[in-house]
Design a protein around this ligand. Sequence first.
Ligand SMILES: *Cc1c(COP(=O)(O)O)cnc(C)c1O
Length: 337
Amino acid sequence: MLDFRSDTVTKPCNRMRKLMAEAPVGDDVYQDDPSVNDLEAWAADRHGFEAALFTASGTQANLLAILSHCERGDEYLCGQQAHNYKYEAGGAAVLGSVQPQPIENDKNGTLPFDKLAAAIKPEDLHFARTKLLSLENTIGGKVLPLEYLAKARQFVDQHNLLLHLDGARAYNAAVELRVDITEISKHFDSMTICLSKGLGAPVGSLLLGDTAFIARARRLRKMVGGGMRQAGILAVAGKMALTENVDRLAEDHSNARYLSEQLGAIPGFNTFIYPVQTNLVYADVADHIDIKAIANQLKEEGILFSPAHKCMRLVTHKDISREDIDTFLQRVESLVG
Ligand SMILES: *Cc1c(COP(=O)(O)O)cnc(C)c1O
């Protein structure tokens, strides 16, 4: 099975499964699980925050972040393309009565400060209270420039807002920029990290922030049913993901570049308008190619990818090798040829 649909499809390796089998555990709702406690303490320190919380998913971590920063009737500024606006079932609005104020993302994934400033509501009883700016890095595979993050910090300080990072793939950004993760994390009041994407853990995300913020998030996590018991089995996988699987993300990025170049060389596939920065590859597909039919054919052969209307997305990860990419390219070429 070659699965290009997402980097969430990675399976835990034997070493990770062995660590999971042997993990010391306790009841994490009582904060008695040594492996969860170790992951949270280590992750807080590693990323320059006071505290951390292990969560069931990135969606849950983003929800807890927004609800811990904001109250009912507050709003958060975010991108029109933001995961926590577009792909999280409207959780902050549904469960927290916190409204999103989306801003059109620029081509490079950033949110322009003039548009953000114009969207901040004045102190007036007509308006929701603008409380938080939420950024995402990487976004659609694009890395936000470090200078932009520094300016975002200045911007929120100037406007008395808080700054959150949806860093589901923040390590892809750090690896691509060849900087330590703290060069990204240092600008933010809070941050999430997905352990179950390219980093290769089976389940889980982290939420990072100050002690009082994480205490509020821990209460909310219980409220939404996310208090897990012997979660150490998952936490040891998450710690291994963060300590052993970061550097190899560079391989996923070079594989993605290779895939984009080679796919772009097949007539009818335009990848050049979507320069690859990390592990996400996009292509526009010419009218005469039925990409959904190709996806269906390849699915029967055990090769999976996500087709859309006249375009496609492919994701590289630790369970996709250079040879797998060649296999995929050969099959596509023969089906269109
Ligand atoms: C995947 C993802 C999430 C959510 O993670 P889940 O663990 O699937 O809930 C949040 N933000 C971004 C940018 C993501 O890519």
